[in-house]
Design a protein around this ligand. Structure first.
Ligand SMILES: C[S@@+](CC[C@H](N)C(=O)[O-])C[C@H]1O[C@@H](n2cnc3c(N)ncnc32)[C@H](O)[C@@H]1O
Length: 243
């Protein structure tokens, strides 16, 4: 019988935000796989592995996927092509493989590539994780949506006009993948008059966490990749929270 491919959500950073279910599977599987950001200067880091590290029993086979930092998706695909047969070989031999996923596996997660490639041949089980958006809202104390309000998760990589049309409705939003797109996103938020409702969050639940009203950031503030902006839905007192 073949092994099961697990997509294990490990949460946004704090190892205490990993679910009991993910914990049990993490300790039982013989093989773990994870994405590692490849640096020019050698081995990079895997945030998902670092989050899971305190829970790892030791002695597991590890399959890192070293993905170079690049906006060209073909670069990552080549690494998937090269490494995926190793994962498949373990599954074929009946060994379960857990892919460690930062936040939730199915929300902008690289696990989607594992699932796309392997779910036709092997059983797949996804264990939901606490997404960075939920963790950020909890840390800020911001209600993402209530009653008839909508909520949108918007990649900062979109162009200005698309961002503007998505944010113009006045409902709540999380703008993810912020990094070098901060200035562009800020300009749109300012133009729409949403700055008083916008909150910047960086490395939520991790060492070095930052949380500030967007309006308090310096004009040349440099945001890292692991940051987002939360926009409170239009409610009478939404702006007061951040004064
Ligand atoms: C590829 S998405 C992965 C989302 C992840 N699967 C989740 O459920 O949170 C990466 C983006 O999520 C956001 N993100 C992930 N972890 C974060 C954290 N700890 N603090 C702030 N933002 C985070 C950032 O906007 C980052 O650019």
């Amino acid at each position: 019988m073949s092994g099961t491919l697990y997509g294990l959500g490990v949460g946004p950073g704090d190892p205490g935000l990993l679910t009991l279910k993910a914990h049990a599977i993490l300790r039982a599987v013989p093989v773990i796989a994870y994405i590692r950001a490849k640096r020019k200067t050698g081995e990079g880091e895997s945030l998902a592995r670092a989050i899971a590290a305190p829970h790892l029993p030791g002695g597991q086979v590890e399959i890192p996927f070293d993905i170079p930092m690049s906006s060209d998706p073909r670069v990552g695909q080549a690494v998937f092509d090269e490494r995926m047969p190793r994962v498949a070989a373990h599954l074929e031999a009946g060994r379960d493989v857990a892919v460690l996923c930062e936040g939730d596996p199915l929300f902008h997660g690289s696990f989607i590539s594992f699932m796309d490639r392997l779910s036709g041949d092997f059983p797949v089980t996804v264990v939901a994780g606490i997404s960075s958006i939920n963790a950020a809202a909890a840390r800020v104390g911001l209600a993402l949506a209530t009653r008839n309000q909508a909520f949108g998760a918007i990649p900062a990589t979109l162009d200005e006009s698309r961002l503007e049309s998505l944010l113009a409705g006045g409902d709540g939003a999380a703008i993810i993948k912020l990094g070098r797109h901060l200035a562009k996103v800020r300009a749109v938020i300012d133009r729409l008059g949403l700055t008083a409702r916008a909150f910047y969050v960086e490395r939520v639940t991790q060492e070095g966490e930052v949380g500030r009203a967007l309006g308090d950031l310096a004009a040349d503030f440099a945001a890292p990749y692991f940051s987002m902006i939360l926009i409170a839905p239009e409610t009478p007192d939404a702006g007061r929270r951040y004064e």
